[in-house]
Design a protein around this ligand. Structure first.
Ligand SMILES: [Zn+2]
Length: 339
């Protein structure tokens, strides 16, 4: 395992050397070779995981903990190297970032890295016409976001979170800045368990409350084993800085579409207000393909962010990234009345 990771490191370092000598203008012949080597190395990163797990199965419980630690450290090293390789590839023009399905920024959540047609918020009313797979954007009748008004008050069981601090990557995909935290724990909603996937922002808010937008809205995306999604929406008001965002701001990537490492563990709970009360309804992704079947919980509690914190994110946008509110149609908007 160590040898394999070391060889991956060697490949990455070789690329660093190659990229560092950019003035030397590597011959056309050498570039594809490097590219192939990196692709092979990337694929290799999954091999140690299998081996560690296989080893664990045969090992005593005392060694499992150590192996897991070692594995976690090596995985982080590999992740960092993969990000470096990605940056250098992009810098060298060897490949366009985001094309590789295995790259760290490949999303597991709402904003999947898309090979789908290009779309913008300016043409949000026409998303359904851009591609067959975007059909729900135009024809769906349970779309998000909506105006949160006319809610029916109920005593709804509160969501239960079981988050743990984890390694994270961050990517500016052109539509938002997204933080992927692959092992951040779970959300339990109506007895169903969803694994945390990623969070990202919209500005101004996508959901409105009695017709009013908020300056910003964060979406915390979770996925169940059956593929269904649950999203926690958190509305932001301008005010005191929210300390948890500092490490995210410090980690903002230099380049669009190139994933970077977040410089510290991310504990999703640190970004949330009190979870006890929420607006609940059945909706959709708010970006193409606008797939329905998403369980929405927009928290009634809000968080504050300073103007500087918000601008660190919004300054990266080409345009406001909120989809206009959609008709509620026959849906019931529930509002939790219990503490
Ligand atoms: Zn979103």
């Amino acid at each position: 395992m160590v040898v394999r990771v070391a060889s991956f490191a060697a490949v990455a370092l070789a690329v660093v050397a190659c990229g560092g000598g950019g003035d030397a203008a590597p011959s056309d012949g050498s570039a594809p070779t490097d590219s192939t080597a990196e692709t092979g190395a990337s694929a290799e990163t999954s091999a140690p995981a299998d081996e560690v797990h296989t080893g664990d199965a045969h090992a005593g419980s005392a060694t499992v903990t150590v192996s897991k630690q070692q594995f976690d450290e090596l995985r982080l090293q590999v992740l960092e190297l993969a990000v470096e390789v990605d940056k250098l590839q992009t810098a060298a023009g060897l490949t366009s970032a985001g094309d590789e399905p295995g790259e760290p920024g490949a999303a597991t959540g709402e904003h999947a890295v898309d090979e789908a047609p290009h779309w913008t918020y300016e043409d949000a009313e026409r998303w359904g016409e851009l591609a067959d797979e975007f059909g729900a954007c135009g024809a769906g009748d349970e779309q998000s976001p909506i105006d949160l008004t006319g809610a029916v008050g109920l005593d709804i069981p509160n969501a239960v979170i079981d988050y743990v601090p984890g390694d994270a990557t961050i990517i500016d995909n052109g539509h938002t800045v997204q933080v992927n935290v692959p092992e951040a724990g779970t959300l339990e909603l109506d007895g169903k368990i969803y694994a945390f996937a990623e969070f990202h922002f919209h500005a101004p808010s996508e959901h409105t409350v009695e017709g009013d937008h908020w300056p910003m809205e964060w979406h915390f995306v979770h996925r169940a084993d059956d593929g269904s999604l649950a999203v926690l929406g958190v509305l932001v008001e301008e005010g005191a800085p929210w300390p948890a965002f500092d490490v995210i701001v410090e980690s903002l990537p230099m380049q669009r579409d190139v994933a970077d490492i977040v410089y510290g563990d991310v504990d999703v709970a640190d970004f949330l207000p009190d979870l006890t009360a929420a607006f609940r309804y059945d909706g959709s992704l708010t970006t193409p393909p606008c797939s329905e079947g998403v369980s929405w919980s927009v928290l009634q509690g809000t968080i504050t962010m300073s103007l500087e914190q918000m601008e660190a994110f919004t300054s990266r946008l080409d345009e406001p990234n909120n989809r206009p509110v959609q008709p509620t149609n026959e849906r019931t908007l529930e509002k939790d009345l219990s503490a």
